[in-house]
Write a protein that binds this ligand. Structure first.
Ligand SMILES: Cc1ncc(COP(=O)(O)O)c(C=O)c1O
Length: 399
């Protein structure tokens, strides 16, 4: 029997791509993980979750363990609406779908919007898992550069104009991480946000706003694109996640969009839900005093980022540069003239890991001299030792 002969013809082109997860570096034991975009282990509310689950089961007994969920599971929607309202988004309950993390939200949206003829515009660089998902559905992309102020909307406009003039296909959707972007850590400026939404009207495209890091600001909240037109811009499909502020293993994400999109996404989502996880998180957010939890975590990440930046200043050669983020988990570093994927072997041998920049680009050649550092997971000593080791390897390489 040949298993492949049974595969749908629709998935065959996707199987020509690199397998998912190629970007994940092989990390020797004991290695300092400046590669991991995971939350700080001390901020994952494990003890609190244990107590909340006990409370939940005492109150609701077996209910959250059935298919249909429970009052608490249903309550999660209201909590998420409330969280969004705090950030000036006015979302009705029929405009919201809870998903298994932001990744399922991206996948469902792709499934509903994208076929092999669809052009998708993405930032360059962008979140590598989103690239993997989109490439399962199409190989037609427009890539738009990022700089210190986020997506270069001037370049987007140029490209759109050119395509229109030449009768070429226009993108149906622009995928953006406007706030504390992965991997660059940059935030789209207010003018560019206005410009992007103007272009969306003019060229009739949708905007997928991935706001996985929006709550992880160091000093000041940034207004989501979704909130721009009276608190609910219908052109924006907003994607949220609790992975970076509560815990990724709970797999809680969501989409806020026009109710017709939500109905259609639900059509394909079916019962691929986790009522127990949703009920547990609903109870946890109620018990946790999330406002305090969020402000505590902002402080931790602000301090860790500031430590990483000062260590970079201290140890890196002059020619190495980086953006200074205002939130999120990452610092994006340029190491001129160095192929960072080759350098990784040496870095890992010295006991420090990072993610090579090439994985965040459709055309990987463009990312060779970049690398992504994460300050979220390691503690103080890991950050200090990690940067010192990495700088040593880079200096040796540059000799
Ligand atoms: C930009 C971005 N979107 C989405 C995700 C995934 O979120 P989730 O764990 O909710 O699927 C990540 C995780 O690294 C991310 O960086």
């Amino acid at each position: 029997m040949n298993p492949e002969s049974f595969f749908s013809k629709d998935i065959k082109p996707a199987l020509q791509n690199d397998p998912p997860g190629e970007w994940m570096p092989v990390i020797p034991q004991g290695c300092i993980r400046l590669s991991s975009g995971y939350p700080d282990p001390g901020l994952v509310p494990a003890e609190e979750l244990k107590n909340s689950v006990v409370k939940l089961l005492e109150e609701e007994k077996d209910l959250p363990l059935h298919y249909i969920g429970s009052k608490k599971a249903d309550g999660l929607k209201g909590t998420l609406q409330h969280l969004m309202k705090e950030r000036r988004m006015e979302i009705g309950s029929d405009e919201l779908l809870i998903t298994s993390g932001a990744c399922q939200a991206i996948d469902l949206i792709a499934r509903v919007l994208i076929d092999d003829e669809t052009v998708v515009a993405v930032e360059s660089p962008t979140y590598m898992e989103a690239l993997e998902i989109f490439q399962n559905y199409t190989n037609r992309f427009m890539t738009i550069e990022i700089d210190g102020n986020g997506l270069r909307t001037d370049l987007l406009e140029e490209e759109l104009k050119e395509r229109r003039e030449h009768g070429e296909k226009l993108p149906k959707v622009v995928y953006t991480i406007p706030t504390f972007q992965n991997p660059t850590g940059t935030t789209m400026s207010a003018e560019r946000r206005e410009h992007l939404m103007k272009l969306a009207d003019e060229y009739n495209f949708l905007v997928m706003e991935d706001d996985a890091y929006g709550e992880v600001y160091f000093n000041q909240d940034t207004r989501p694109l979704k909130s721009m037109k009276r608190g609910n811009d219908p052109r924006v499909l907003y994607i949220g996640s609790l992975s970076k502020v509560v815990a990724p293993g709970l797999r809680i994400g969501w989409v806020a969009a026009d109710k017709e999109f939500i109905q259609t996404l639900s059509w394909f989502k079916k019962d691929l839900d986790h009522p127990f996880s949703q009920a547990s998180v609903s109870q946890l957010l109620h018990d946790l005093e999330w406002k305090e939890h969020y402000s505590a975590l902002r402080k931790v990440y602000r301090e860790k980022c500031s430590l990483l930046l000062s260590e970079l200043e201290k140890h890196m050669p002059e020619s190495v540069s980086w953006y200074v983020p205002q939130g999120g988990y990452f610092v994006w570093v340029q190491v001129p003239g160095t192929d960072t994927s080759k350098l990784l072997e040496k870095a890992a041998a010295e006991g420090v890991s990072y993610v090579p920049g090439k994985y965040f680009f459709l055309n990987q050649e463009e990312g060779l001299e970049y690398l992504r550092l994460s300050f979220s997971y390691e503690g103080e000593s890991g950050i200090v030792d990690g940067v010192e080791r990495l700088a040593r390897v880079i200096r040796q390489q540059m000799k």
